[in-house]
Design a protein. Structure first.
Length: 252
């Protein structure tokens, strides 16, 4: 293990001891451990090698090529859960591996959860993470069953919000190993937020909520987008996790 730690530390892994332990636990034997360490040293995300990521106190399944949920997004999930109650209809759009939906379901047992994404690899993970949800393949609202129109209590979405020009500056783990469709938010990073907001009201019940993660710098524009879509809007932040979200409510 000392050799594994040294190799990981030399590759720039800040938490080399912890990563060595996790990789050893995931490896069936010494040869498998060597392969995992070599992949990690080459830059593969730790979560892809382990097959899981920690999110909101639980392990969620992830696979190579799937967006790894970030700790900051736990705040988005917490706020969505705070607006839900048993029996509420909750939709996790652009769900990726389904981490947000899983966290909401764990916090509020009894919600009717729907999740949707365009990526079949991510959806395969979501189906494992959301065994009691309805998981749909398709682009945002087009993926949802028509019967949900006008009845959704909470729509939560961590849509891509990185400006296209900024992707090249992202850490290699994200830039090289996660799908750009899960990162690229268009010229100003808000293209998907506009689609999300302008399509929300026909699906929300009166008094229903739409929540999205954004950046501190983008939040004022996100508010404008939500307001233009007819939503009453507020910005919430969590300094501990460097998280900013915008919450919109459909008028009752």
């Amino acid at each position: 293990m000392d050799d594994v730690v040294a190799r990981l530390r030399a590759a720039g892994c800040v938490f080399a001891e912890d990563e060595a332990r996790l990789l050893a636990e995931a490896a069936a034997d010494g040869a498998a451990l060597d392969e995992l360490v070599a992949a990690r040293v080459a830059g593969d995300p730790l979560e892809h090698l382990l097959g899981w990521a920690e999110f909101a106190g639980a392990r969620v399944v992830v696979a190579p090529g799937v967006f790894v949920p970030r700790r900051r997004t736990e705040f988005l999930a917490e706020q969505a859960a705070a607006l839900a109650s048993p029996g509420a209809v909750v939709v996790d759009l652009c769900c990726g591996c389904g981490a947000i939906g899983a966290a909401v379901s764990a916090a509020v047992p009894g919600v009717e959860l729907h999740a949707a994404d365009i990526d079949p690899v991510a959806l395969a993970c979501a189906r494992r993470n959301l065994p009691h949800a309805e998981v749909h393949e398709g682009d945002m609202y087009a993926a949802l069953p028509p019967r949900l129109r006008g009845s959704v209590d909470v729509i939560v979405a961590n849509v891509p919000y990185v400006p296209t020009r900024e992707i090249s500056r992202m850490p290699a783990e994200a830039r090289l190993h996660e799908p750009h469709t899960a990162l690229d938010g268009g010229t100003d990073g808000l293209a998907h937020q506009r689609t999300l907001a302008h399509g929300a009201t026909p699906w929300l019940r009166p008094g229903g909520h739409l929540l999205v993660e954004t950046s501190d710098e983008q939040a004022p524009t996100t508010v404008e987008v939500f307001t233009a879509a007819g939503l009453t809007t507020q910005v919430l932040t969590c300094s501990d996790r460097d998280a900013t979200i915008v919450v919109g409510a459909k008028p009752s």
